[in-house]
Write a protein that binds this ligand. Structure first.
Ligand SMILES: Cn1cc(Br)cc1C(=O)Nc1[nH]nc2c1CN(C(=O)N[C@H](CN1CCCC1)c1ccccc1)C21CC1
Length: 346
């Protein structure tokens, strides 16, 4: 493995699981807890003008904590690299999941859509917009729960949710007409359009607007015309149509979606807006175990932790809390003890 000295003793690097423009993602193990994590490694030199996007992603991720958003554990910076230690989603991309099942049933699509919608509603409630929602940015954890990733394009419009945005960004296939036209647009309205494209992909197994030639693709998006396969129920068609409205003012809003009949079918409760899972709460068992390991008092330990510096202490605490919430024993490996893992013969 390419040695990154800053990670030594903290994380054991494993294989590369993703390679993007100016970053790569490696699977790793958090040594103190033995928990798997994903580390997004970005070389500053190759970031160029994208350097500000890393800051944007960091600011966003440090204020987000939600069941369906990949949790940030630690941030490390050297003079040449950024390292984002985040939740590992071992179920891969939603996109691959849809392809291998051909398409999802209305029931499966609803379950997935509710989780994505709850993450986006939470994001919007904190004044953020994602702007790059697409199947590749929705991962699955090992229990097949949805996890939103890639907040490099998210924005916190200065005027809050009524603040206009101007940067045309994201992938054209999922981009709303107003974004494609380069007009000023409202972030949360473009997120609704992209969720409409996502829902269509879940229910149909292919995309509503697709074309090899970018200008034909744009034309299709601006026209807002797409196939409605025979298997789509009338209610699904109505919902998709309300999301893929080319006029953003006619487009359904997130708060309407939360209690939409299609979204609610088979569920008694509307989606709770703040389905955030608060990681920044005081858990005395985890604080005590960590304090003992560091040889300081629990009060001193909480004093350190509650600064939420996203350092190794933050990562260890979050990972211990995760384990506890999954009903697993909370443990940390003392110095020298390396957890038993399937031994490789090397
Ligand atoms: C694909 N896959 C299969 C398995 Br099994 C696990 C995974 C997997 O990627 N797991 C995973 N857990 N946590 C993460 C990932 C991937 N991942 C990502 O952030 N993956 C994105 C994927 N983007 C989608 C469109 C363009 C790139 C990425 C961003 C930059 C460079 C490489 C990859 C995080 C760190 C948040």
């Amino acid at each position: 493995m390419a040695p990154y000295p800053v990670l030594r003793g903290l994380y054991e690097l494993d294989k590369t699981i993703g390679c993007g423009g100016f970053a790569k993602v490696k699977l790793a193990t958090h040594i103190l807890t033995g928990e798997k994590v994903a580390i997004k490694i970005m070389e500053k030199r190759s970031l160029g003008e994208n350097l500000h996007r890393v800051r944007v992603e960091l600011d966003a991720l440090q204020s987000l904590s939600h069941r369906h958003i990949s949790q940030l554990y630690q941030v490390l910076e050297t003079e040449s690299h950024f390292f984002l230690v985040v939740e590992y989603c071992s179920g891969g991309e939603l996109f691959d999941h849809i392809v291998e099942k051909n398409r999802l049933s209305e029931k499966e699509a609803r379950a997935a859509f509710r989780q994505i919608l709850s993450a986006v509603a939470y994001l919007h409630s904190l004044g953020f917009v994602h702007r790059d929602l697409k199947p590749e940015n929705v991962l699955l954890d090992k229990d097949l729960n949805m996890k939103l990733i890639d907040f490099g394009l998210c924005a916190k419009p200065s005027g809050g949710l009524t603040g206009f945005l101007y940067t045309s960004c994201g992938s054209p296939t999922y981009a709303a007409p107003e974004l494609v036209l380069g007009k000023k647009y409202l972030g949360h309205e473009v997120d609704v359009w992209s969720m409409g494209v996502l829902l269509y992909a879940l229910l149909c197994g292919f995309l509503p607007f697709d074309d090899d030639k970018i200008d034909t693709l744009y034309k299709k998006i601006l026209e807002g015309k797409y196939e409605e396969p025979a298997w789509l129920t009338a209610e699904s068609r109505r919902l998709i149509r309300s999301m893929l409205q080319t006029d953003p003012k006619k487009r359904v809003r997130v708060d309407e979606l939360l209690s939409h009949p299609w979204v609610m079918r088979g569920f008694r409760e509307p989606i709770p807006l703040n389905n955030s899972c608060n990681m920044k709460e005081h858990d005395s068992q985890c604080v005590n175990i960590l304090a003992r390991h560091k040889n300081i008092t629990p009060e001193e330990m909480w004093e350190l932790l509650s600064k939420w510096k996203y350092d190794y202490n933050t990562a260890t605490y979050f990972l211990m809390l995760n384990r506890k919430r999954r009903g697993l024993p909370v443990r940390i490996f003392g110095p020298g003890a390396t957890p038993f893992r399937n031994y490789r013969n090397n």
